[in-house]
Design a protein around this ligand. Structure first.
Ligand code: PEP
Ligand code: MG
Length: 883
């Protein structure tokens, strides 16, 4: 097997299409080298080695070493230097590179190959002793940290102490001799921490670093990131070994990261940051605040430091040419790392850049207008799930703002929550139901879980490409970075801005679009779907076959959904209406009644209220179809349970407490979800369903009289297992419709159908379709009943199943295509075979999940239905499912 692929020096063994084997970074380095761009040569150890390593108890394939040696020899020949040669040393970087980019998750070692002899050699060769020892100390620190597990703070403390003793404030003030001294101190510290000398043999260093990259694939933070982003552990990472180029060789050297368009807004124009006389990690780590790449960006940010465009005009011009070439070649916005070594430009990485939802929309629409991509491609370019970011409230521009400070607008959106200073705590408090804003001096990969748990993130240090900014944008969390006026005091759990002190637990709001940090809870407004969003949705809608409906029962939700483009209601859960304060008493009275007459008396009180509910909904929905589900949950859900609650309810309603309690006990079930619920209630208490049906039909007639349009009701009988249940209840509902028509002289337009949420119903869909005019797949219950897995309790152990790889994804979130999907497929076939034109939809949570929507398209459903805020997501996903 070929385990190692070379790139650079005018040719490459790999290319962009080999991302699975070479990882994203390795594949794109190979591609750039092929395109003739200046890429330092190197080689990639494949992801298959990583997989083999974990399959074989952390052992490498037998012939790997020989292949690495051969590639190293080739690399030496290409650059004309030798690894470990004191006279002419080759130094390399060792970086990870997974198939899907995992920013900040995997480790990097720079300047590898340095020891006392080669450092001296590098000093002579470069004529710059200061540079050589600066590189050497960086190497010791980074290698100790990443490969040997020595905390980098050990070295930072030594450096800080030395700077204090010498009255230095910046690293740049240290002389060559100072760095030589630092190197000696660092080596001592490393030896002390390790209990042995820091490894001087370059080959030992190299294999140590390769092992560390493979090892980092299974760290907790990498696992967390993979879990959050659905990346399988089986993919593995590649290792890239590449000749070093140096951005820290003085004032004509620099290093930077850039995007070919603004990753926050999508605006055209290069966007990025650089640092003069620095090495790669300095920019990302947020240790020094970098300078802007372009003049336009500098002006926008109000930065006083010169941009790269003015400070290094020639390198910048070359960089701009490379940017354009890469964007045209990849036909997408690129995220690029580069280094300028003594005036010469080198490309270290390119990849399709991560972007906010707003930027994704703008870039897709712009690129389609520029003719770089087609409108179909534009539709495919936007991740539907990401649209979520745009569908939530933003700060009201008119609202009052108590601005504490302004940092960098690192990731857009508004967020409000209580201040927390620690990532573990953020996670705990989130679990306890609190909304938190994570406040850190800077973030590192150890903070991923805290950032995910937080509503938003504030950092005191770091630029627009700092870890916090990149990760927050990727996660869709609003973030303000580099809020330099904030002084964080971790020990006392507070931060100060000027003379104001904000303590742990106090509420702040951040505006990721402006970089503002506000005290308290600021006013927010509903988003509008205009501009690029509207345009892309129009393109998407031309491809969409399935309709998109919403699950809603309140007028506000119905209106939101219609504004987002909902084409009907797929599920109106009427039980929510029973909990309303003005009728819960009558509902309880009905449940407590000993006989049908008593129940009917109570139901008569509920009827007018329920009729009003439906009238409001029909007015909003117009002639769009509305699926209204008759009562579904077990009756005891409406009764108080604890003795305390019973006393309260008795007082409030005048119902006798002992009767309430007795009835609640009476109705209690061991398995309520498999108990007396759904259509089973309708069989036992037909008067309940008849009241609901009457409310629906009377509302239809009334609204038709009032408005002139004709509401369309789809009356849905839940939890049917047999054809007989449906035919009995259908006859009752149809009887009510007839009666209402006679009484009112109106003619309600309706269908009667059922939910398919039990395996038996799916299997017997043929029988059931004799009476059902539509099916709606209730995939929440269908998942529960197919797996025999409780919706309400699975959360407690689901993670174990995900971690053990038993479930790839939570089946309640993403439809299990194999099992539950098979039942859906069977029901579709058998149902349609019995009744041509049977209307089919889905109303479980899966109706808003892009991957499940793709499945719904595949099996030919007529519509999906989801919560109002997911309607645009479903519209886009349904379009993508057709492309
Ligand atoms: C379902 O079971 O999928 C469904 C939509 O109904 P509910 O969630 O109300 O049980
Ligand atoms: Mg259900």
């Amino acid at each position: 097997t070929k385990w190692v692929y070379a790139f650079g020096g005018g040719d490459s063994e790999g290319e962009a299409g080999m991302r699975e084997l070479l990882g994203g970074k390795g594949a794109n380095l190979a591609e750039m080298a092929k395109l003739g761009l200046p890429v330092p040569p190197g080689f990639t150890i494949t992801t298959e080695v990583c997989t083999a390593y974990y399959e074989n108890d952390h052992a490498y394939p037998a012939d790997l070493e020989a292949q690495v040696e051969a590639s190293l020899a080739k690399l030496e020949a290409t650059v004309g230097k030798k690894f470990g040669d004191p006279a002419n040393p080759l130094l390399v970087s060792v970086r990870s590179g997974a198939r899907a980019s995992m920013p900040g998750m995997m480790d990097t070692v720079l300047n590898l190959g340095l020891n006392d002899e080669t450092a001296e050699g590098l000093a002579k060769l470069s004529g710059d002793r200061r540079f050589a020892y600066d590189s050497y100390r960086r190497f010791i620190q980074m290698y100790s940290d990443v490969v040997l597990g020595v905390d980098h703070a050990v070295f930072e403390d030594i450096l800080d102490g030395f700077k204090d003793d010498n009255d230095y404030s910046l690293d740049t003030e240290l002389s060559a001799d100072d760095w030589v001294h630092m190197v000696a101190e660092y080596k001592k510290a490393a030896a002390r921490e390790l209990g042995r000398d820091f490894p001087a043999d370059p080959r030992e260093q190299l294999w140590g670093a390769i092992g560390a990259v493979f090892g980092s694939w299974m760290t907790e933070r990498a696992k967390t990131y993979r879990r959050l982003h659905d990346i399988p552990a089986s993919w593995g990472t590649a290792v890239n070994v590449q000749a070093m180029v140096f951005g820290n060789m003085g004032e004509t050297s620099a290093t930077g990261v850039a995007f070919t368009r603004d990753p926050s807004t999508g605006d055209t124009g290069y966007y990025g940051e650089f640092l003069v006389n620095a090495q790669g990690e300095d920019v990302v780590a947020g240790i020094r605040t970098p300078q802007c790449l372009t003049e336009a960006m500098r002006e926008k940010m109000g930065d006083d430091n010169p941009s790269m465009e003015t400070a290094m005009p020639e390198s910048f011009a070359e960089l701009a040419r490379v940017f354009d070439k890469l964007e045209r070649h990849y036909r997408d916005m690129q995220d690029i790392e580069f280094t300028v070594e003594a005036g010469r430009l080198w490309m270290l990485q390119t990849r399709n850049g991560k972007r906010t939802a707003k930027a994704a929309l703008k870039i897709a629409v712009d690129m389609a207008s520029e003719g770089l991509i087609t409108t179909d491609e534009a539709v495919m370019r936007v991740d539907p799930a990401q649209l979520d970011q745009l569908l939530h409230p933003t700060l009201d521009p008119e609202g009052e703002r108590d601005v504490l400070t302004t940092g960098l607008p690192a990731s857009p959106g508004a967020a409000c929550g209580k201040v927390v200073f620690d990532s573990d705590e953020a996670e705990e408090r989130r679990k306890a139901g609190e909304k938190v804003i994570l406040v850190r001096i800077e973030t590192s990969p150890e903070d991923i879980h805290g950032m995910h748990a937080a509503e938003g993130i504030i950092t005191a240090r770091g630029g627009m490409t700092s870890h916090a900014a990149v990760v927050a944008r990727g996660m869709g969390r609003p973030c303000v970075s580099g809020a330099g006026q904030i002084k964080i005091d971790y020990a006392n759990r507070q931060f100060a801005v000027g003379r104001r002190i904000i303590k742990d637990g106090e509420t702040v709001t951040i505006d990721g679009a402006t970089g503002q940090v506000l005290y308290g809870e600021a006013k927010m407004i509903k988003p509008e779907l205009t501009g690029d969003f509207a345009k892309l949705m129009t393109w998407a809608d031309t491809h969409r076959r399935m309709k998109v409906r919403t699950n809603a029962e309140t007028p506000a939700d119905c209106q939101t959904a219609v504004d987002f483009g909902a084409e009907g209601i797929g599920l109106c859960r009427t039980e929510h209406m029973f909990f309303e304060a003005d009728r819960i008493a009558a509902v309880r009275e009905m449940i407590l009644s000993n006989d049908q007459d008593g129940r009917v008396t109570a139901l008569d009180k509920i009827l007018p209220m329920q009729r009003e509910d439906f009238k409001e909904i029909f007015r909003i929905m117009g002639e769009r179809p509305c699926t209204i589900r008759l009562l579904d949950p077990p009756l005891h859900e409406f009764l108080p349970h604890s003795e305390e609650d019973v006393v309260d309810v008795a007082k409030a309603t005048g119902l006798p407490a002992d009767q309430l309690l007795a009835r609640a006990r009476d109705l209690a079930e061991s398995n309520p979800m498999l108990g007396h619920r759904g259509c089973r209630l309708g069989i036992t208490y037909p008067e309940i369903y008849e009241m609901q049906a009457r409310a629906i039909f009377e509302a239809q007639v009334a609204v038709e009289k009032e408005t002139g349009f004709q509401p369309l009701a789809e009356v849905m009988i839940p939890l049917v297992a047999t054809a007989a249940e449906l035919s009995i209840l259908k006859a009752r509902v149809a009887g009510v419709a007839k009666a209402v028509a006679e009484e009112t002289g109106g003619k309600p337009k309706y269908l009667i159908g059922t939910m398919i949420e039990l395996p038996r119903a799916a299997l017997r869909a043929g029988d059931i379709a004799r009476d059902a005019e539509f099916f709606s797949f209730g995939t929440n219950d269908l998942t529960q009943t197919t797996f025999g897995l409780s919706r309400d309790d699975a959360g407690k152990f689901l993670n174990d199943y995900l971690e053990a790889g038993i479930f790839e994804k939570d089946p309640f979130v993403s439809l299990d295509r194999d099992g539950v999907g098979d039942l859906v497929r069977i029901a579709v076939e058998r149902g349609r075979a019995e009744r041509e034109g049977l209307k089919l939809g889905i109303c479980g949570e899966h109706g808003g999940d892009p991957n499940s929507i793709d499945f719904c398209e595949e099996v030919g459903l007529d519509y999906v239905s989801c919560s109002p805020y997911r309607v645009p997501i479903a519209r886009l996903a349904a379009a993508q499912a057709r492309l």
